[in-house]
Structures are given as C-alpha cells and as structure tokens.
Design a protein around this ligand. Structure first.
Ligand code: ATP
Ligand code: MG
Length: 419
C-alpha cells in the first residue's frame, strides 16, 4: 500500500508553521481587543445541526459534507463550517442567559468534499468569529472592521477588496424570491440543469451559479439590494455609515449571494484577484434567525470566517522569505566530556528561554557546523576538550562571522540577550 494522505488533505510543514502561528496570533490579539473569547468545539456534530442551519438545498449540505453513521445509527457529520457548531454550543450552554452580548471566535479544521485545486481543499482551516445578541448596525460594522484590521495587521490588504451587500429579511426576501421566480421562469429552458431545479427549491441559488449561460441571465435579474424593505435599507445605510466613520474601505456588490441559507441582511465577502478562481478569502454576514431555528431564544447575530490556506498564499506573496522555526544557539562539541557539557548548557539556555539545539552524538565538527548554519542560529558555541579544561567556550557570531572565547557564564549571558 502506498503511504499517503487522503486526497484534498494536506500537512502544514515545519518550514511554514511560523507563518501560521504569526497569523493565528495576530487574529487572537485583534479579536481580544474587541472582547472576543475563544470557543473550542467538537469537529463532529449531529448531521441535523448542519442540515437545519445551512439549509438542505445548499451546495454544502447537498454534496459536500462528510457524513457517516455512528455505531448507534445516528448520522454524524464532520463540520463543514463553524457557525452552526457555535450556535449549537451557545444554545446548549445557555450563553444567552449570561449576557446580552456574546463574542466568540474559533479556529480549526473544516471538511468539505469538493474538487481540490490551488487554495481549495477537502480538509482546510478557518478562523472565524461570531457576535451574538445585538441587532444594531454598529455590531455588523465592528465585526467587519475587525476582519479588515486583522488583514491589515498581516499586511495583505493590498491584494484585497471588501464587498458588501444586504440579503434582506423575512419581510422583504419572500417578495424578492417571487420576483426571481417570475424573472427566471420564462428563461427556464436556457438555465443549467441544477438551476432549473433551483427555480423550484431555492431561486436565490441561481444568482450564485458558476455556469456562464446562467451568469449571463442572472446579470439581468432583479437585485435584492433594490428591493429591500425600509428597515433593511436603513440597516444597511447605518452599517455603511459606521464603516465610513472608521475608514474601512468597501464596495457595494449587489451580486453577493452567500452559499448558506441562514444569512439575513448584511453579507460581505473579502476577495482577491491573485488566487485564480478561488477568489474568496473571507466571508460572513448577519443571521438573525439561526439561533431560534436551532431551538434557542430569538437572538440576532453576525459572524464571519476566513480561509487560512488562502491567507497563507497571500502572505507568501507579500513576504516571500522563509518563515521557519527560530533557533538562537547551536552548541557544537568534540569529545565525550564536551558532549555532556553541551547537553547541560543547552538545558540551562532553554531554562532561560533561549531556543537551543545541540548534536546528540559524536558527529564531526564539520557536519555539526553545517547543521548549525542550517538551523538559522545567530550564535554557535564550540566546545572541545581544551575549552572544557579551561572553562571556556568559543562563541561564533554567525552573521558577523566573528569568533570570541568566553567563560561559560559570559557566554550564557550573551546568548540570553536578544539580538
Ligand atoms: P468558495 O466560493 O471559494 O467555495 P465559500 O463561499 O464556500 O467559498 P465560505 O463557506 O464562506 O466559503 O467559507 C469562508 C472562507 O473559507 C472562504 O472565503 C475561503 O477562504 C475558505 N474556504 C471555503 N471552502 C474552502 C476550501 N474547500 N478550501 C480552502 N478554503 C476554503
Ligand atoms: Mg464553497
């Protein structure tokens, strides 16, 4: 049997992990500035949680979920997204009873059975946040501004566009759906097979179809944003006002149709032209009905998710250098006694918070120095019998290519100072 991972799944290798840590830490610190706390939730939920949240006629539920039967016959699904699980946890733990505003974020792997390509995986990572409780437009604007701040913080906004729209609510959307049905019905024969079916099940989905013929017809369809009720239209205007007041740049794109049914009013996408057809980096919006739909009290909410792999691709473009681990000191040694001393010194340095590596065996000095070089260490300590007897160590500054003999105490001191 060939040893390999499952198609569409990938490893994040040590050479790249610093980049991941950097983005994850930036996200945590930005989210915490806004008062969000992390929620860790299971990767498996009852299938029903997703079917009821996302909608049974969405692409994810219809064809992308990893669903299987548990031993007791219940149907389980590997989470394809984070919001449904957050809402399930919010209800199950009665978080609504503790505070009128709940701010949660999560990071982790999501699973969707899609066709793998650059920036599209079957197992991929998302970072997301949900703001539950308020209905007022400043909450939408705060969340959107927070995502933008994160993307600014990691230095990739030059590649990005923030697109905003509104999908209306229970008041104006049903009327709009009727308009769509009236518009698409005469065109039915020219729609793709999926869209002909969507006309009966979920006409909004037609607006999101990737087939060229459908896109051309959809371009002439009535637009939700022109048919919002008074409340939705005021809501959108206030979200915009708030975003403008803090200088978040956005464009209105009436064509945004999110792939999940739970969205109401505000929707947004952050897109790029750098990643081919995978142009969405982050997406989100308001979902005022979902908590109630899953059995909780009526709780308006707004949230978003960013795709880590796509962020990483953009980060690599912006900062092409290596992003590996950081070793400060490499200790090379010659002779059995020196090896023991090196082991102790390494332990001492790590105790002082200095990342240190040493050789475990008795490799030649040449090969140890080669490893020191590759490790990226700023300093290399060299200890042989002679140095050991005199209580000193040769300290090589790797970037300046200088070498100096020091007693152990001074060498430890020097290594403990930051570069
Ligand atoms: P797309 O239109 O690219 O399929 P989506 O609308 O299905 O995206 P969302 O469900 O909104 O995506 O998820 C939010 C973000 O998660 C996306 O903007 C993207 O960055 C990322 N994402 C979604 N699906 C995948 C995937 N299969 N592989 C990698 N990243 C993904
Ligand atoms: Mg998708």
């Amino acid at each position: 049997m060939e040893t390999r991972s499952i198609r569409g799944f990938h490893d994040v290798l040590p050479e790249e992990i610093k980049r991941w840590h950097h983005i994850e830490e930036e996200a945590k610190s930005v989210f915490e500035l806004h008062g969000f706390s992390e929620l860790r939730m299971p990767v498996l939920e009852f299938t029903e949680i997703f079917a009821r949240s996302l909608g049974t006629t969405t692409d994810i539920v219809e064809k992308e979920m990893y669903t299987f039967q548990d031993r007791d016959g219940s149907s389980l699904t590997l989470r394809p997204e984070g919001t449904a699980g957050v809402v399930r946890a919010y209800i199950e733990n009665s978080m609504w009873a503790r505070s009128p505003v709940t701010k949660l974020y999560y990071t982790g792997m999501m699973f969707r059975h899609e066709r793998p390509q650059k920036g599209r995986f079957r197992g991929f990572y998302q970072i997301g946040a949900e703001l539950l409780g308020p209905e007022e437009p400043p909450s939408d604007a705060e969340l959107i501004a927070m995502v933008w701040k994160l993307l600014e913080g990691i230095g990739i906004t030059k590649y990005l566009k923030l697109e905003l729209s509104s999908l209306g609510d229970d008041n104006c959307r049903p009327r709009y759906k009727e308009m769509l049905i009236a518009f698409f019905t005469p065109e039915k024969e020219r729609l793709c097979e999926d869209c002909r079916r969507r006309l009966g099940t979920n006409p909004l989905r037609i607006l999101d179809c990737k087939v060229k013929g459908c896109r051309e017809i959809a371009a002439r369809a009535p637009r939700m944003i022109d048919n919002l009720c008074g409340d939705c239209s005021r809501h959108l205007a206030e979200v915009r006002e708030n975003l403008d007041s803090v200088g978040v740049p956005y464009v209105i794109n009436p064509g945004i149709v999110r792939g999940l049914d739970y969205y109401t009013r505000t929707v947004f996408e952050i897109t790029t032209e750098e990643l081919g057809s995978q142009n969405a980096v982050a997406a989100g919006g308001r979902y005022d009905g979902l908590v109630e739909e899953l059995g909780g009290p009526r709780t308006p909410a707004v949230g978003f998710a960013v795709g880590m792999e796509r962020l990483i691709l953009l980060h690599q473009m912006a900062f092409p250098g290596g992003f590996g681990r950081e070793i400060r000191v490499f200790i090379a040694h010659m002779g059995e006694e020196a090896r023991k001393k090196a082991f102790q010194l390494a332990s001492e340095l790590r105790g002082r918070g200095v990342a240190t590596e040493t050789d475990y065996g008795q490799k030649s000095l040449k090969s140890q120095l080669k490893r020191a070089d590759k490790s990226g260490a700023g300093l290399t300590f060299i200890i042989g019998e002679d140095e050991l007897n005199r209580g000193v160590v040769k300290v090589r500054n790797m970037s300046a290519s200088t070498e100096e003999e020091m007693d152990f105490g001074s060498a430890l001191e020097l290594a403990s100072q930051s570069d």
